[in-house]
Design a protein around this ligand. Structure first.
Ligand code: FAD
Length: 454
């Protein structure tokens, strides 16, 4: 094997990608800019550094989609997950780790691997040839960010996310809400009914604004706001600018008729827009927020129709460099305009240590298969890895694309199971059983590892 695989970024995704490819006989060079070039969040020059929390979240692989990703990564011999288990701390059902021991072990295991070389340098261009995986994360260096924008166009690489909460469709009370686009716009009936509308009267609106203003908020980290712009203001900041601002902005009650009360004009309307092709997830339009998670659930459940809402994810605004993957990447995570380059990790629009590692795992295997001519079956959509990669490279709405955690709303429904809260336990077990079968079959169909290091 004369060709090398270059991996830029030795965080969660880059470390995992390197491990997977190196274990398939590929010669890997990890280019990690730290400690020479620092970020505002990282503190060391180690590989696999956890920038904030020391938790990989739930380890429950029967009832939780993150736990299912853990399971799948364990089955695939994942570096991040197996090292996390070796350095586990007591944390109930969560997988929390001793962060220093964890990243020291990731660093040591990669340095000890005969197929891996680590080079501490910043990469500032997207090369025209060779095999590359860019896993530079939410804090991709400025020079590289500019190079990516030169390739993709400035509107395809964001530097902040502006995440509105996402609700499971089957938890919305459609006896209060209704489907309609403003002024019934659209050519087809589907487009004319593209939004879910939740009406408010004046008293409900006033109470909602009071709750927004009173809610606990999170702050930006030090250094995080560089480059922040006014275009993605949190709803609570909009409401601080005037109690009527939201009613004239995302909550304006115009162009809509409530079929449950056609003669009553709502004072304000909260709109939700479909977030995935499956139609299982809806985001609350314009509701990016920096309210704390507990406060968000309380405030949003005061919206008529959302009293029993289950949230696939809550809102947030963070410094976060990410691509518009649905338009830029193919299903192998290659840049359509430069297929010698793959992206992996948070920069592809997944969010979290676990999801980023999972995308690293896939990209490492995909690159290795391409370089060795080995066959790699399509990642099964029913697995947690498949649900995520399908979402970012195809299933998500490209126009409103925002980073996504893994959650059961990304999975294809299992037929014949009860909807709503009551059926949830059986439904989740059915998703995870189906995913495990699909993932095991996918792993079994791959060629055996050529050289493994421990
Ligand atoms: C402030 C902050 C707090 C966060 N807190 C959490 C949390 O608590 N829990 C959670 O699950 N997720 C959290 N995240 C998200 C977290 O960053 C990701 O989940 C995870 O680290 C992403 O993995 P990654 O491999 O994609 O990126 P990273 O782990 O960030 O790795 C990217 C690597 O690329 C390197 N790099 C960047 N540009 C270049 C370049 N041009 N050349 C060479 N190297 C480069 C960086 O130094 C870094 O080591 C947080 C993010 C931020 C910014």
């Amino acid at each position: 094997m004369t060709q090398e695989l270059h991996i830029v970024g030795g965080g969660m995704a880059g470390s995992e990608a390197a491990w997977q490819a190196a274990n398939r006989g590929i010669s890997v060079v990890i280019h990690e800019m730290r400690p020479k070039v620092e970020t505002f969040a990282h503190k060391t020059g180690d590989l696999g550094e956890m920038v904030c929390s020391n938790s990989f979240r739930s380890d429950d692989h029967e009832q939780n989609a993150v736990g299912l990703l853990h399971w799948e990564m364990r089955e695939a011999g994942g570096l991040i997950i197996t090292t996390a288990h070796q350095h586990r701390l007591p944390a109930g059902g969560a997988l929390a780790v001793d962060r220093d021991a964890f990243s020291a072990a990731i660093t040591a295991r990669l340095h000890a691997h005969p197929n891996v070389r680590v080079s501490h340098e910043e990469v500032t261009e997207l090369p025209d040839d060779g095999y590359w995986i860019f896993a530079t994360g939410p804090l991709t260096s400025a020079a590289l960010g500019q190079a990516i924008q030169r390739e993709t166009g400035t509107d395809r690489l964001a530097f902040f996310d502006a995440i509105a909460p996402i609700v499971y469709f089957d938890s919305i009370d459609m006896s209060k809400a209704w489907l309609q686009s403003r002024y019934d716009k659209g050519e087809t009936e589907e487009e004319q009914r593209a939004y879910i509308n939740c009406p408010m009267d004046k008293a409900q609106y006033d109470a909602f604004i009071d709750a927004l203003l009173a809610a606990d908020k999170t702050e930006f980290h030090e250094g995080e706001t560089a480059g922040y712009f006014d275009g993605c203001l949190p709803i609570e900041v909009m409401s601080e600018r005037g109690r009527e601002t939201l009613r004239h902005g995302p909550m304006k009650p115009v162009g809509l008729t409530n079929p449950h009360a056609p003669d009553v004009k709502p004072w304000a309307v909260v709109q939700l827009r479909r977030d995935n092709a499956l139609g299982t997830l809806y985001n609350i339009v314009g509701f990016q927020t920096k309210m704390k998670y507990g406060a968000q659930a309380d405030v949003f459940r005061t919206i008529p129709g959302l009293e029993n809402a289950s949230f696939a994810r809550l809102g947030g605004i963070h410094r976060n460099t990410f691509l518009n993957s649905p338009t830029l990447l193919d299903d192998q995570m290659r840049l359509r305009s430069k297929p010698n380059i793959r992206f992996a990790g948070q920069v592809t629009g997944v969010e979290g240590y676990v999801e980023s590692s999972a995308m690293g795992l896939l990209s490492g295997r995909m690159a290795a298969a391409e370089m060795t001519g080995a066959s790699l079956p399509t990642v099964p959509q029913d697995s947690a890895h498949g649900a995520l990669i399908y979402h970012i490279t195809g299933g998500a709405e490209a126009k409103t694309f925002q980073p996504m955690n893994v959650n059961f709303g990304l999975f294809r429904p299992v037929d014949g199971l009860k909807g709503g809260r009551r059926g949830r336990k059986d439904r989740y077990k059915a998703y995870t059983d189906r995913a495990k079968d699909a993932w095991s079959d996918w792993l079994a169909a791959q060629e055996p590892i050529q050289s493994a290091a421990e």
